[in-house]
Design a protein around this ligand. Structure first.
Ligand code: AMP
Length: 207
């Protein structure tokens, strides 16, 4: 199973991806998580990506495509789920050019107003990518490790506005691009609890 999960920042991609990967035994590849680890480690990739991420800009295609291809080469033959990649048509084309066949694209749909509310209260556990919201998880430590949760710098209101603009202008057109391809494309409402959204996703993945 080779799946892509698409959606605006804060649509719930990360939360749903972790659960889908656990249930279906898929490898989870989140370019955002990979980049945040590179930034925290002060690696060359991290240094090159940090300024773009801070401003809510996309990291240049060449950098991101190189990073993900390197990861995918080490995956073996098992199934995977791509979360946060591709974000541009050029990135999607790079998968095709590398002969990587995708079976299913899931697009999580959430109105901008809900996204803004969600991201302002979002906190993450950096090492695992686990995601929380201050309303439902006011104790700011990770359930499993007990380590502190942090707010992403790019979850600040002005940066969120920029990320949403870029999503609508550059990433959303990918849905039309994938519509032309011989794969299953499902548009799913990302509203409601994580549990409700997961049930909708599971139903289309199992079909
Ligand atoms: P995310 O955690 O998926 O929201 O990603 C956080 C940030 O990492 C984005 O706002 C971009 O700056 C960068 N990023 C992640 N994935 C990509 C990608 N596929 N293309 C370009 N930039 C990316």
């Amino acid at each position: 199973m080779r799946v892509i999960i698409l959606g605006a920042p804060g649509a719930g991609k990360g939360t749903q991806a972790l659960r889908l990967c656990e249930t279906f035994g898929l490898s989870h590849l989140s370019t955002g998580d990979l980049l945040r680890v590179e930034v925290a480690a002060n690696s060359l990739i991290g240094e090159q990506a940090a300024a773009f991420m801070k401003q809510g800009q996309l990291v240049p295609n060449a950098l991101i495509i190189g990073m993900i291809q390197d990861r995918m080469a080490r995956l073996g033959s098992g199934g995977f789920l791509l979360d946060g990649f591709p974000r541009t048509v050029e990135q999607a084309e790079s998968l095709e050019a590398a002969g990587i066949v995708i079976d299913q694209v899931i697009s999580l749909q959430v109105p901008d107003a809900v996204i803004i509310q969600r991201l302002s209260g979002r906190r993450i556990h950096l090492a695992s990518g686990r995601i929380y919201h201050i309303d439902s998880h006011p104790i700011l430590v990770d359930d499993q490790s007990g380590e502190p949760l942090v707010q992403r710098e790019d979850d600040q209101a002005d940066v969120v506005a920029n990320r949403l603009k870029i999503y609508h202008q550059i990433t959303e057109p990918l849905m039309d691009w994938y519509q032309q391809k011989p794969l299953k494309l499902s548009r799913i409402s990302g509203l409601g609890t994580a549990e409700e959204v997961y049930s909708r996703i599971e139903a289309v993945v199992q079909e």
